[in-house]
Design a protein around this ligand. Structure first.
Ligand SMILES: Nc1ncnc2c1ncn2[C@@H]1O[C@H](COP(=O)(O)OP(=O)(O)OP(=O)(O)O)[C@@H](O)[C@H]1O
Ligand SMILES: CC(C)(CO)[C@@H](O)C(=O)[O-]
Ligand code: BAL
Length: 277
């Protein structure tokens, strides 16, 4: 479906028949991580709607908006194969018609980490996600933990704006060598792809070091050095409170190691839970 009116009419029919609905927002170029969100949607709801929209507002001027992969026919087939009930794929001019003037900003959670390295990115995300949540009127909306700062930011936004849809986080799906599935992995050359496996391995080593009592700053510095040595240029490697994303120095509360690296012209993100001692 292309229009909000068609989407809403279908969701209204389902609700009138007593069916619950889950929304899976994506930017397309679907992989098994996205399909895990669809499966998680079906674990909670009777019907699953996926959206595919490459949102121009969340890309910076020097980012990959124009080269971001667009494969609508393959995406539709993959969603059908996963049993997804409806694909909502609106046109940019319908999402942002002439005169569009509203933005949604979540303070605090977005100030640092990816927010600091991608100015305006999270405003673009929360603006389009608030539209999608209003449009779909779903009971649940599924977001991957791979984009952990995004998940927390969307959850904060939904709570603050009294959006009734429950925001659900879904664990990261990984390749056999540990690399998190991401549409951007397709940008990697064979050599870069081989080196990319060091990204999750380095975060695991840092997590284990912190768990074993290594000082947080030393463990993070060692991880940065290991990434650099492999040609993965870190934007940040950080240990943060798992709910507030504030810096932590000890494991009194659940924490998360979060990182973004650049590998040639590709930027990858990942994160891991670090349990309390
Ligand atoms: N490996 C993964 N495991 C679980 N969820 C994922 C994974 N990759 C993406 N997702 C989730 O899928 C949703 C849509 O993400 P998106 O379409 O941006 O895909 P992506 O693979 O993360 O692409 P990108 O390369 O742009 O980061 C988001 O909620 C995201 O967190
Ligand atoms: C949530 C989202 C679909 C909003 O454009 C995007 O940020 C993504 O794919 O994670
Ligand atoms: N992280 C999800 C989408 C994006 O990188 O713009």
């Amino acid at each position: 479906m292309r229009t909000v009116a068609a989407l809403r009419a279908r969701v209204r029919e389902w609700r009138a028949a007593g069916r619950s609905v889950a929304l899976v927002p994506t930017m397309g170029a679907l992989h098994a991580g996205h399909l895990a969100l669809v499966a998680a949607g079906f674990a909670r709801a009777d019907r699953v709607v996926a959206s595919v929209f490459v949102n121009p507002k969340q890309f910076g001027p020097n980012e990959d908006f124009s080269r971001y992969p667009r494969r609508e026919a393959e995406d539709a087939a993959a969603l059908a194969g996963a049993g997804c009930n409806l694909l909502f794929a609106p046109a940019p001019e319908d999402v942002y018609p002439a005169g569009f003037a509203t933005g949604v900003h979540v303070a605090g959670l977005t100030a640092d980490l990816d927010g600091a390295h991608r100015p305006g990115h999270f405003d673009g995300v929360t603006t389009v996600v608030s539209k999608l949540l209003n449009q779909a009127q779903a009971d649940f909306a599924m977001f991957g933990e791979k984009d952990y700062q995004q998940l927390l930011t969307v959850r904060r936004m939904a709570a603050d704006l009294d959006i009734a849809t429950q925001i659900v986080g879904v664990p990261t799906v990984r390749e056999a060598d540990g690399l998190a599935l991401s549409s951007r992995n397709a940008y990697l050359s064979a050599d870069e792809r081989a080196r990319a496996a060091l990204f999750p391995k380095t975060l695991i080593a840092a997590r284990d070091a912190v768990r074993a009592g290594t000082a947080v700053e030393a463990a993070l510095a060692e991880a940065e050095a290991a990434l650099r040595a492999a040609g993965l240029v870190p934007d940040y490697v950080a240990l943060r409170d798992a709910e507030t994303l504030e810096p932590v120095r000890s494991l009194e509360r659940p924490a998360r190691i979060l990182s973004a690296v650049r590998l040639g012209s590709t930027r990858l993100i990942d994160n891991l839970a670090v349990e309390t001692a």
